[in-house]
Design a protein around this ligand. Structure first.
Ligand code: SF4
Ligand code: SF4
Length: 367
């Protein structure tokens, strides 16, 4: 399993995490088996915005004695007081739901307490007015909540909340469909969504991904807006290549799902390569590198995708990205020695003139 660090909290988080919306359908015994298989495979991060409260005792049993090995996202605004999921902006209901979840999970702390599902500015105003943000802050001060998260599908609302509150983790709906304006939660333009990823990356806010398969649409050629199916591994890598993404949270319904997800670690480059998405954009991507790595290997040994990612972040003032760029064994200035072989230009399905772009990057960092 690969891990990434949340720069704000220091947490080491598995790149595959667990979405648990339908885990309860497996029943207690199979659910426990699935979660134990997940942890044995290295998955240490779980979202608990589930569809049904029967999920929580599955976690309690599966991770009994192992609580410190796993991290939970728990949502302030998800109501389980009636068993199945409900959305609430009532502080008393939220308090009771959190108490119930802690008891049913068999834990006395929450790793990431989330401001839950804020898609409208009016929701956020109500959330504050009704004292739910205050409740979350109080629980953090008591040490029950360790870090603050935010879940939303809407970049505009997310940006407004990030301007107001120190957020350590953002849960956002990310996939190739949404970024190209296809799908139920394709909120915000491509530019707004890209700007959000880079904002999070440059301010150290980790992103956990919900809906990486667009609710399964991208995996089914009949439903996919692209007219062809992507594999789960292509969708996962596409998410992980974006700036700021720490972990992808596909739904885990049973052990079979978990085993499929754990296979991501063993997948070949060919199995995860999502360059086919370029067919949808006619190869045009505004000259922008999406860090897909399809142009590798570079004969001069450059990690083209990483160099581009660091450059884009550095231009936004991210000093860490500058440091990472400087510490690369080879960086854009080494491209000069290759005589601009053009291999990357020929390979790039997104129409990026990368050999020329390398000159721009080398010049920018030389300043
Ligand atoms: S043009 Fe430069 S960056 Fe591109 S493949 Fe050749 S050496 Fe690598
Ligand atoms: S230059 Fe093209 S192929 Fe290479 S990483 Fe960027 S988008 Fe992918």
């Amino acid at each position: 399993m690969q891990y990434r660090h949340n720069l704000r909290t220091g947490d080491r988080i598995s790149v595959i995490g667990g979405g648990t919306a339908y885990l309860y359908q497996a029943g207690q015994k199979e659910g426990v088996r699935a979660l134990r298989t997940a942890l044995e495979g290295g998955i240490n991060y779980y979202d608990l915005a589930t569809s049904d409260a029967r999920t929580f005792p599955i976690f309690r049993e599966a991770f009994s004695g192992k609580r410190e090995q796993v991290m939970y996202q728990v949502h302030f605004g998800a109501d389980y007081t009636h068993g199945s999921y409900g959305w609430s902006l009532d502080a008393n209901t939220v308090r009771r739901s959190i108490e119930l979840q802690l008891k049913e999970l068999g834990t006395d702390y929450i790793d990431y307490g989330f401001i839950h599902c804020q898609d409208e500015h009016s929701d956020w105003a109500t959330y504050k007015k009704h004292g739910i943000l205050e409740l979350l802050e109080q629980m953090r001060q008591k040490g029950i909540v360790r870090h603050i998260g935010l879940s939303s599908h809407t970049p505009e609302v997310i940006n407004a909340i990030l301007d107001e509150v120190e957020i350590d983790m953002l849960m956002f709906s990310v996939n190739a469909g949404y970024d190209l304006s296809y799908g139920e939660y394709a909120n915000g333009s491509r530019e707004e969504r890209d700007a959000l990823y880079t904002r999070c990356a440059s301010s150290g806010i980790g992103i956990s991904v919900m809906k990486p398969f667009s609710g399964g649409q991208l995996l089914d050629a009949r439903l996919s807006p692209f007219g062809f199916a992507l594999s789960p591994y292509q969708c996962i890598r596409d998410c992980l290549d974006r700036p700021g993404i720490l972990t992808v949270l596909p739904g885990m319904r049973n052990t079979q799902d978990v085993e499929l997800l754990l296979g991501y670690d063993r997948a070949t480059d060919a199995q995860t390569d999502y360059a086919r998405i370029a067919e949808v954009t006619d190869g045009a991507n505004g000259g922008r590198c999406v860090y897909c790595g399809h142009c590798s290997p570079c004969p001069a040994g450059l990690d083209i995708a990483l160099i581009n990612k660091y450059y884009d972040l550095a231009k936004l003032g991210d000093q860490l990205a500058c440091d990472h760029y400087a510490s690369l064994e080879k960086n854009a200035k080494d491209c000069i020695h290759c005589g601009h072989c053009g291999h990357c230009d020929r390979r790039c399905p997104f129409g990026v003139s990368q050999s020329a772009h390398m000159d721009e990057i080398a010049a920018w960092f030389a300043l």
